[in-house]
Design a protein around this ligand. Structure first.
Ligand code: ZN
Ligand code: ZN
Length: 326
């Protein structure tokens, strides 16, 4: 049994998926399914980049224990769902991107050229999943680094999921961006990035095409956002020349994060609007990195107001000090 259920009051979507509890974890005694030689433990590969000897250095394949599964796709129409208890089969596409053949590597430890290959596969898979008409309404690309960030296997990997539904919180963000555009005539993120670059105290790093900022209202200690300086609504529109710049940029800022936190556990998410709601002038994709240091407590669950024990200005200053050119 695996299905999407919608909360009848908040309209939040929840994936009820007991099968996910059976997925392998580090220390189970089995071999790592992402290591070279164990490729057969994963479903058939969907994409790869090889080195000069023809060995893979980045590869993508469907998740063996998918959160959402394309096989469960059924001709369910929303209007056919009985009133009150709305549910859908948990259909969608869920892939794993193995970021390196090296079991003990991290995204931060990869050489810049390898990181560029990882970004190439990120964009290629994003574009393929976004084109799954009838399946994808939102494509979420993310990475869980470390146990506290929710990873079950330490071998460096990212995941990409095409979902058939969009949660109200995601909608609110994109709608707020549209509201800002309607009232001011500019993209909110372009405006914020411009102001932050002018002020400087929350700027962690800047390169030709990207700025890394500690957000003004950071939700957790050491939160950073990597923002493209060219306005583009969706991650799928990123240009090759921008990825050439993003690879060394990401290498530098993740390196700084690893330097200040030693073994950071973090979630990295590519924030991009739902496919059916893109407002070309108002939405602006970016990468959000949130280290997992503190746990959410009752006040935060009740009020939806988080308590951050670190100022973003202090985070930016400490991260800047760890960057190579500092
Ligand atoms: Zn491995
Ligand atoms: Zn913009």
């Amino acid at each position: 049994m695996s299905e999407l259920r919608q909360d009848p009051i908040t309209h939040d979507w929840v994936i009820i998926n007991p099968e996910r509890a059976r997925r392998p974890h580090d220390g189970d005694g089995g071999e790592c399914p992402f290591c070279p030689g164990n490729e057969s433990q994963m479903p058939e590969e969907t994409d790869r980049i090889d080195d000069a000897q023809g060995r893979w250095i980045v590869r993508a394949a469907p998740n063996r224990y998918p959160t959402l599964d394309v096989e469960r796709r059924a001709a369910v129409r929303y209007s056919e769902v009985p009133e009150g208890w709305r549910r859908l089969p948990a259909y969608g596409q869920h892939e794993v991107i193995v970021e390196s053949p090296l079991h003990d590597a991290t995204l931060a430890s990869l050489p810049v050229e390898r990181l560029r290959d990882v970004l190439e596969i990120y964009v290629r898979r994003f574009r393929v999943l976004a084109a799954l008409t009838g399946v994808a309404r939102h494509v979420v690309l993310f990475k869980n680094q470390g146990r506290r960030a929710g990873t079950s296997l330490s071998h460096p990997h990212a995941q990409i999921v095409a979902t058939p539904v969009v949660s109200p919180e995601v909608r609110v963000r994109t709608q707020e961006e549209v509201a800002i555009f309607d009232s001011t005539g500019h993209c909110g993120m372009c405006h914020v990035a411009g102001r932050e670059l002018g002020g400087g105290e929350r700027v962690v790093h800047r390169s030709a095409h990207f700025a890394t900022l500690a957000p003004y209202a950071s939700r957790v200690p050491w939160q950073i956002q990597i923002v493209p300086l060219r306005h583009a609504p969706s991650f799928g529109e990123v240009k090759s020349v921008e990825l050439d710049d993003l690879a060394p940029h990401l290498h530098a800022v993740l390196g700084a994060l690893h330097a200040v936190l030693e073994d950071p556990h973090y979630n990295l998410v590519v924030m991009t609007p739902p496919l059916d709601q893109v407002h070309r002038l108002a939405n602006h994709w970016f990468i959000d990195v949130q280290p997992r240091i503190t746990l959410r407590a009752g006040f935060e669950l009740g009020s939806r107001i988080v308590v951050n024990v670190q100022t973003p200005e202090a985070a930016a200053q400490a991260l800047r000090a760890r960057l190579p050119q500092a």
